[in-house]
Ligand binder design. Structure first.
Ligand SMILES: Cc1cc2nc3c(=O)[nH]c(=O)nc-3n(C[C@H](O)[C@H](O)[C@H](O)COP(=O)(O)OP(=O)(O)OC[C@H]3O[C@@H](n4cnc5c(N)ncnc54)[C@H](O)[C@@H]3O)c2cc1C
Length: 633
């Protein structure tokens, strides 16, 4: 029997990484919001790697923070080890990755939801959503029959929707970490006509610390100088930034390989039991052995899951092989000879939606007021989920508040790139963010996320004036310092030339601008400190940015020119109701793709695979003709 409970502006189905950001954004923008979870103790659960960030994922976390999201702050509050990846490479790929205490993270974000004004957190499984007429466009119904009227609904169901667990030939309905699956809602969404599909992902075993022999394993320490994710943390000099744990490195070997190959027929992946599509860039150990058979060994990382647990995560060894095979293969790995498995590795297959059905606001084109976010949209990863969550939450709130939508361009951010890839190109397998996915990666560095997105976060109301003023102050500090190094002249003193010679670069005979010295490959901002007498005391994150902008000035200018051209095309809006078959000169494939995706701008049209530059020229001419025809009417 159904019973009406309450009405909300926004209902979010799922309190995972997407649902958390979506519900906080909507509530913080003044919407009466409710967020549902199947299990209150799994809010913000990390069912896979106990870490936040990584290559390109660290950029997403910074960008979420710059927009006013929560993940960055929560990660800074609960990290146990921090490393800046790719420091040896260019700044475009420097990416923060932090080991996280899984339990503490979940507790931290759950409490944040509980304390948030305008937000109700409820343990209830939504089994059905249905469209209704009027201001409240949707009803969400729980397993208990409770009915909630909502103006908008955001689906952020992760890997739970029609979830199915696989370990060898054992399979059963289930969500991650022993949770229930959300089966009824999966059925309801298919009946509603949403384009659902099956994806899969997998995770390695959790093993007991005591059963590991660390004596011969390589130790991976955290960084000496720790960079936080959140700008709030950065602005708080008293924030305790310290590494509390180490990780260890080990490798598979021939015996591991042999055991896997001898039992590959028992893998549900290779026996065809699993037909969901898995993440290309997060392959299982059996996939690695089969796909990269030429490789002698595969690197594995042993990562602590927290401070108050003996559970260790075996990064790189996700699997769905039978448990007996898992035990045998793990025992071949150096350090794991006496391994005690606490949680078996498994694969999970689940329902998600074809993101081509979504607009760049993450609202469904054919279901007004219905949004999708996270793994449900065909992505994979906590960070990718959180990024979509904040976009969906912001746009649901802006629409309800009668304000224009927030559509982030590819040139503004990895979040913009992620959403555009999903809704314009679609996904063939769970989408993982990588720096190579952006054509503007030198501009989209993780250090300047605030410059790119904080003005937007402030304009829509998620970034407070106080936080915004601190941002303006950082920009001013950087601007002043860039001005100073451009104008400062270094004289050819003995001390100066001694330093230049010690750095194997040419000594100077006349005065030279400081900036010219910083540009030299052998030198950098820090290296010149001893001879730069007028240097002000600046936080590291400011002078690191100054150095990047000086050393990469040329590249940055070139990318900026590309961005300006991209802006020009993005501004050319396309009416949503065009029948592209009526535009003479477009190729058949382009007509089919354009009519299916209904791009919102020429820029978006230009990124649809199968739409050629020639088709874009035809579109631009057609647009110009329609515009002048309208003028003469
Ligand atoms: C086994 C496994 C392996 C993974 N491996 C990787 C990997 O290798 N690399 C990687 O990047 N990511 C991996 N992930 C993915 C990562 O966990 C997810 O990307 C991330 O958690 C997605 O966040 P989300 O918010 O979309 O969903 P989730 O974090 O899954 O949260 C979903 C939320 O929805 C709730 N929910 C679902 N249905 C309902 C309903 N009907 N009613 C009410 N509440 C509902 C759940 O209770 C939960 O709170 C893995 C996940 C799993 C489970």
């Amino acid at each position: 029997m159904e019973f009406y409970v309450d009405s909300y502006d926004v209902a979010v189905i799922g309190a995972g990484h997407a649902g958390i950001e979506a519900s906080l954004a909507a509530a913080r923008l003044g919407c009466k919001t409710v967020v549902f979870t199947i299990n209150m103790d799994a809010v913000g659960n990390l069912p896979c790697n106990p870490s936040i960030g990584g290559t390109a994922k660290g950029h997403l976390v910074r960008e979420i923070d710059a927009l006013g999201g929560e993940m960055g702050r929560a990660a800074d509050d609960t990290f146990i080890q921090s490393r800046m990846l790719n420091r040896g490479k260019g700044p475009a790929v420097h990416s923060l990755r932090a080991q996280i205490d899984r339990r503490m993270y979940s507790t931290r974000v759950k409490h944040t939801l509980e304390l948030q004004e305008n937000l109700d957190l409820k343990q209830a499984e939504i089994t059905e959503i249905r469209r209704i007429d009027g201001e409240y466009r949707w009803e969400a119904v729980t397993k208990m029959g409770a009915v909630y009227k909502c103006k908008s609904v955001i689906i952020a169901t992760g890997t739970y929707l029609a979830g199915r667990i696989y370990v060898g030939d054992v399979s059963y309905e289930g969500g991650p970490d022993g949770m229930f699956a959300a089966t009824s809602l999966g059925k309801c969404l298919r009946e509603l006509g949403l384009p659902c599909r099956r994806f899969k992902t997998g995770t390695p075993a959790r093993i007991h610390r005591e059963s590991i022999d660390f004596s011969n394993l390589e130790v991976q320490q955290g960084d000496d100088y720790i960079t936080p994710f959140s700008y709030d943390t950065m602005e708080n000099p008293n924030f305790p930034l310290e590494n509390k744990v180490v990780c260890h490195v080990t490798w598979t070997n021939d015996r591991t390989k042999q055991i896997i190959l001898d039992n590959i027929h028992r893998s549900p992946l290779y026996s065809g039991k699993i037909d969901g599509i898995g993440p290309r860039y997060c392959p299982s150990i059996e996939d690695k052995i089969v796909r990269f058979s030429e490789k002698e060994r595969h690197q594995l990382f042993i990562e602590p899951c927290g401070l108050n647990t003996e559970e260790m995560y075996l990064q790189g060894a996700s699997s769905s092989l039978p448990e007996d095979v898992q035990i045998a293969l793990y025992k071949t790995i150096p350090g794991l000879e006496n391994v005690q498995i606490m949680r078996t590795a498994y694969a999970i297959e689940y329902d998600c939606v074809d993101p081509l059905a979504l607009r760049p606001t993450l609202e469904f084109k054919d279901y007004p007021g219905l949004y999708g976010a996270g793994q449900f949209n065909g992505s994979s990863g906590y960070e990718e989920a959180a990024a979509q969550g904040i976009v969906a939450g912001i746009n649901a709130a802006l629409q309800i508040n009668g304000k224009p939508p927030m559509i982030l361009e590819r040139s503004s951010s990895y979040i913009g790139t992620l959403v555009d890839d999903l809704v314009t190109k679609g996904v063939a397998d769970p989408y993982r963010m990588m720096t190579s996915r952006s054509e503007y990666r030198l501009i989209l560095r993780q250090d300047n996320a605030d410059e790119r997105l904080m003005p937007i976060g402030h304009e829509i109301g998620l970034i407070s004036d106080e936080k915004y003023n601190k941002f303006l102050h950082r920009c001013e500090l950087k601007k002043q310092e860039l001005k100073r190094v451009r104008e400062a002249v270094i004289s050819p003193t003995e001390e100066v030339n001694a330093l230049l010679v010690s750095r194997e670069t040419t000594p100077i005979s006349t005065g030279i601008r400081l900036i010219e010295l910083i540009k030299r490959p052998q030198l950098g901002y820090e290296a010149l400190a001893p001879i730069d007498k007028t240097r002000p005391e600046l936080p590291r994150y400011i002078f690191e940015q100054v150095e990047v902008e000086i050393k990469y000035d040329g590249y940055i200018k070139r990318q900026q020119a590309m961005i300006d051209e991209c802006h020009r095309l993005e501004k050319k809006k396309l009416p949503p109701d065009i029948d592209y078959s009526e535009i003479t000169g477009l190729r058949l494939e382009a007509i089919e793709k354009l009519n299916k995706i209904k791009p919102e701008s020429v820029g978006q049209a230009s990124r649809i695979s199968g739409v050629s530059p020639a088709d874009i020229s035809v579109l631009l001419i057609w647009l110009a003709k329609s515009a002048s025809a309208e003028k003469t009417q």
